[in-house]
Design a protein around this ligand. Structure first.
Ligand code: CO
Length: 215
């Protein structure tokens, strides 16, 4: 007997309930996926991509890592992005940070946690870049929330400057890259006011979004 029998039982209930509603659901989905969205979010268990935006299996392609980072040399993230944009032809890329992010907090406070410190170094780079703005915020939670937002804005710019996204725009493909922040406290998403749909808007949209957060 597997100690995870209860999960397998939950799985059977879940699959049965979907088939009860729509007998062809799984057989249809098994043939192909055609999601409109790529979600790049944090690994945090409290921020499940499909559930947050109430989308069914097949509707959102997902990449998650600690701190929702898009690092220019991360072949994992870049491969997901490339497949989503070039093969699946998603229409939207959502970079989704979340308030109360442990990765953001650790980076902000320079905590030593182990191996992950090297990954969080990318978040510390964002912290260093906006040090003046962040150090002017007295409340530590508010400061972490601001770093969460600034990080999303930076990662949106990173997505937009990849060869994958620039090539897609160059061939006339419709693709919008958005920055969101999710609240663990109330389950609501805040649109950070950065949605970029062409290469020549990257810099101005990036600056405009930063302006709103750096006041
Ligand atoms: Co997080």
């Amino acid at each position: 007997m597997s100690s995870l029998d209860y999960l397998l039982e939950k799985n059977r209930h879940w699959a049965d309930s979907i088939v009860a509603d729509d007998a062809e659901f799984f057989s249809r989905l098994a043939k192909q996926q055609a999601p409109d969205y790529l979600w790049i979010g944090c690994s945090d268990s409290r921020v499940p991509a499909n559930q947050v935006v109430d989308l069914a299996p097949g509707e959102v392609f997902v990449h998650r890592n600690v701190g929702n980072l898009v690092v220019h040399s991360d072949l994992n993230c870049l491969s997901v992005l490339h497949y989503a944009v070039s093969a699946l032809r998603v229409k939207h890329v959502l970079v989704v940070g979340h308030y109360g992010c442990g990765g953001v907090r650790a980076a902000m406070e320079g905590l030593r946690l182990g191996l992950v410190d090297n990954w969080l170094r990318h978040l510390q780079d964002v912290k260093d870049r906006y040090r003046d703005c962040l150090s002017a915020i007295d409340d530590v939670n508010e400061r972490a929330n601001r770093l969460c937002e600034l990080n999303v804005i930076e990662q949106v710019a990173h997505v937009c400057s990849t060869t994958t996204v620039r090539d897609a725009w160059a061939r006339g493909q419709q693709l919008v890259v958005h920055g969101w922040a999710y609240s663990l406290e109330n389950g609501l998403v805040t649109d950070l006011g950065i949605s970029i749909s062409r290469e020549r808007d990257i810099e101005s949209a990036h600056l405009a979004a930063l302006e709103k957060r750096l006041r």
